[in-house]
Structures are given as structure tokens and as C-alpha cells.
Design a protein around this ligand. Structure first.
Ligand code: PEP
Length: 248
């Protein structure tokens, strides 16, 4: 029985019509899947309730971001409490698009992790190096630094709710995937770091993200330290997403 997690990051894509169509197809096709994989759908927050209504039980839901603030005069933001209130159990934190386009620093990432945990959400903490950082030989330092800073403030009871997603920035939406060996090597580094930080490292799920497709998912998921995937582009095609879930 698989204990893998496959999460669909729809990013800023979709419409009510697409939600209905995609959710309906995913639900119908995955209803027959009995490999034990945990499927997390992370649509734009505006559509979370619609996905919830459409998909029913058997799936987990997440949001793509939450505010680091609790509530109040923060126009345009959505709080962790709100996400939990409408049925999310996961939240992406520190996705590279948020770091690059919205200037999210490691400090903000760590504040968001704390806020998510305080409201019972599982933070799916995204980390990854750029191509320049990899070429300069700094990938491990960059990734481990991001993990350490994101999780610096968490308590011993929080580890059971943490998920880490290793997403090399150069592999997101580019069609370039890390080789299974490269991804495994980085996952091992992250797991060793988690152990040094006092985590029950073997139980913290480590997902790989970055151009995961039906034809490379099985090899990635077969690696000993890859506990599933965070899927962007391919999660918007029901058949591809279902095939990826079947590989887990
Ligand atoms: C992502 O956005 O987290 C992602 C991995 O995207 P893609 O699968 O499209 O590379």
C-alpha cells in the first residue's frame, strides 16, 4: 500500500466551468484507484468551496498561500483561519513563484508556517535552488538553508504536520526535470537535515516538484526518499494527473 502524497497545484488557472469538468473527471477516474495514495487538490482559493462540493470525500484540499497576519486590515489577503474554515487542510508556503514574484523572504515563509500550524493546516513548504545556484555548486546549501529557516520556529509536536516539497526552480514549468538520482540525492540531504533539527525525519513527507509528468512519475516515486509529488502543469489535465496518481 502506497503512503505517497500527490498534490495538484492549479496555480492561477481555471474557471467555474473548468473546476466542474476537471474535478468531475479526477473524481470519476480516481474513485477506482486503491493504491492508498493521498491526493491533495490545491485550486485557486476562490474555487475551493466549489471543488469541495464537486469532489466529495476521499480527497484533501489545500490553498496556494495564506497571510502571515492573523486578520484585520490587510486588504486582499486570505488568512489561515479562513482557509481552514472552508475545508483546506494543506497550504503551499514559499512556492518559488511567491518567492520570486512577491518577494517572499525566508522570514515571511517561517511566519506563514507558524500561522498555518496555529490554525491546524499542514504547511507544504516549498524549497529549491535556481539554475545559477546549482551551477555554482550551492544547491544543497541553498535548499537546506531554506528548510532550516522555514522550520526554525516550530515545536516538537508540529513535525507530524509538516510536508516539504523540493522543487528546483529551473524545473518548474520548464519541462526539465531533475533526474531521479539528483532528486533522490537532494531529498536525502533534506532528510538528514531534518534529523539534525530533531525531527522524526523518516516520517516527514518529502515531495518532488518540477515538470512531473506521467512518463517520469514512476521513476521519481520509486526513489527511497521521494514520498510523492507536487504537480503543476500536468495537474490541469485530468488524464495526466490520474496517471501520475496511479504511479504513486
Ligand atoms: C509547481 O508549480 O509546483 C510545479 C511543480 O509546476 P510544474 O509541474 O508545472 O513544473
Amino acid at each position: 500500500m502506497s503512503h505517497k502524497i500527490v498534490a495538484a497545484n492549479w496555480k492561477m488557472n481555471g474557471s467555474l466551468d473548468l473546476v466542474k469538468e476537471l474535478t468531475g473527471e479526477i473524481k470519476a477516474q480516481l474513485a477506482k484507484l486503491d493504491n492508498g495514495v493521498k491526493v491533495v487538490i490545491i485550486p485557486p482559493a476562490l474555487y475551493l468551496r466549489d471543488v469541495h462540493r464537486e469532489i466529495g470525500s476521499g480527497f484533501e484540499l489545500g490553498v496556494q498561500n495564506v497571510s502571515q497576519w492573523e486578520d484585520g486590515a490587510v486588504t486582499g489577503e486570505l488568512s489561515a483561519a479562513m482557509a481552514a474554515d472552508v475545508g483546506a487542510s494543506y497550504v503551499l508556503i514559499g512556492h518559488s513563484e511567491r518567492r520570486q514574484l512577491f518577494g517572499e523572504t525566508d522570514e515571511v515563509v517561517s511566519e506563514k508556517v507558524a500561522k498555518a500550524l496555529a490554525h491546524g493546516l499542514s504547511p507544504l513548504v516549498c524549497v529549491g535552488e535556481t539554475l545559477d545556484e546549482r551551477d555554482a555548486g550551492h544547491a544543497v546549501d541553498v535548499v537546506c538553508g531554506q528548510v532550516e529557516k522555514a522550520l526554525a520556529g516550530i515545536g516538537p509536536d508540529d513535525w507530524k504536520n509538516i510536508v516539504v516539497a523540493y522543487e528546483p526552480v529551473w524545473a518548474i514549468g520548464t519541462g526539465k526535470t531533475a533526474t531521479a538520482e539528483d532528486a533522490q540525492r537532494m531529498h536525502r540531504e533534506i532528510r538528514d537535515l531534518l534529523a539534525r533539527l530533531g525531527a522524526p525525519a523518516d516520517t516527514v513527507p518529502l515531495l518532488y516538484g518540477g515538470s512531473v509528468k506521467p512518463d517520469n512519475a514512476a521513476e521519481l516515486f520509486a526513489q527511497p526518499d521521494i514520498d510523492g509529488g507536487l504537480i503543476g502543469g500536468a495537474s490541469l489535465k485530468a488524464d495526466d494527473f490520474v496517471r501520475i496518481c496511479q504511479s504513486a
